[in-house]
Design a protein around this ligand. Structure first.
Ligand code: SF4
Ligand code: SF4
Length: 318
């Protein structure tokens, strides 16, 4: 999201997104029921080797607001999934850069051994390559049950580096080719921030991947995920319960209908469950320490709910 401290912030309507029950106009606020918990995300920690211009979670080599999740903490939630018979099929791992978490390989192994698919989001740079040997071993043992989604913001080095900084293109391309060469199931996350049509983006990514021998079907929205920007400086409407019908949007398609995310805040006694990956810092979205306690409906009481999910069609899962 565009939340750089140096950017001018427009004056937003402060009456909006205050009350979980009603909008500023007194209309009933839309909420999303948990239809089935299918993907449980863990934020592995916000530290990252990069400081991207528009990182939605403001990660950097210095941001440790979300601590490294531990293997023991992950096990607690995997145990709860089994005990409570949640229909989880996929464990998602996001950061920061997940491969900076010192326990990332055992965490993935634990989830895979228990029968879950694993989706890990990475920039495929040095932190991942430092773990090349054990990660390759995991790939050999669990094959296509691991999906690695690599952020490649644009199909040109110039625009990718505009977002990620100088000298970030070549190592990421090397990482992607290493993943492809070792048989990992690959997905790519691009951005739409340059106001280029989706058709054009998919076409040009496809040309690049064909030339580089990267096996990603760019026509498949799950294989090439294109994220809209989350601009906090833009005014957005609040979503009322009537909006689903008016906009013809299915609440069940929102990420929080089928997902939850576990985070541990720096200095906190233990982890807490949030509805999705998109609101990691807003304490109003904390749903308690357990998955059982996080079964309730989620009021769409944040700008991202409106801008990114209901109006923007964003989703973080594959
Ligand atoms: S690599 Fe990802 S987590 Fe790290 S700063 Fe960039 S967008 Fe954020
Ligand atoms: S940001 Fe999206 S997924 Fe998260 S709570 Fe709001 S609507 Fe749900």
């Amino acid at each position: 999201m565009n939340i750089s401290a140096t950017e001018p912030v427009l004056k937003l309507d402060a009456r909006k997104f205050r009350d979980a029950e009603v909008t500023a106009d007194g209309e009933p606020r839309a909420s999303v029921d948990l239809t089935a918990l299918e993907t449980l995300w863990f934020n592995t920690g916000t530290l990252c080797n990069l400081t991207c211009a528009n990182c939605y979670i403001e990660s950097s080599p210095a941001n440790d607001r979300l601590a490294y999740i531990t293997l023991e903490e992950v096990r607690t939630y995997l145990d709860e999934i089994a005990r409570e018979e949640f229909p989880v099929r996929e464990i998602g791992l996001t950061g920061g850069e997940p491969f900076m978490n010192p326990r990332i390989i055992p965490i993935m192994e634990e989830a895979l051994q228990r029968g879950f698919d694993v989706l890990v989001l990475t920039n495929a740079m040095r932190p991942m390559m430092k773990l090349a040997a054990p990660f390759r071993d995991l790939g050999r043992r669990f094959g296509r049950r691991i999906t690695v989604r690599v952020s490649l913001d644009h199909y040109t080095a110039k625009r990718h580096e505009e977002e990620r900084g100088e000298h970030t293109w070549a190592p990421t391309m090397l990482g992607i080719k290493w993943l492809a060469g070792n048989g990992f199931k690959l997905a790519i996350a691009g951005r739409t921030r340059w106001a280029e049509s989706e058709e054009s983006l998919r076409h040009h990514f496809g040309t690049l991947f064909q030339a580089e021998g990267i096996p990603v079907d760019t026509g498949d929205p799950a294989a090439l995920v294109l994220f809209p920007e989350m601009d906090e400086t833009v005014e957005v409407p609040e979503i009322t319960s009537a909006c689903w019908g008016i906009l013809n949007v299915n609440p069940g398609a929102m990420m929080c209908a089928t997902s939850r995310m576990v985070v541990r805040r720096k200095g906190a006694a233990g982890p807490v469950v949030l509805p999705c990956t998109l609101l990691p810092y807003d304490p109003r979205f904390e749903m308690g320490a357990t998955l059982a306690g996080a079964r309730g409906a989620v009021p769409l009481n944040h700008r991202h709910c409106a801008k990114f999910c209901v109006l923007g069609g964003g989703s973080c899962s594959v």
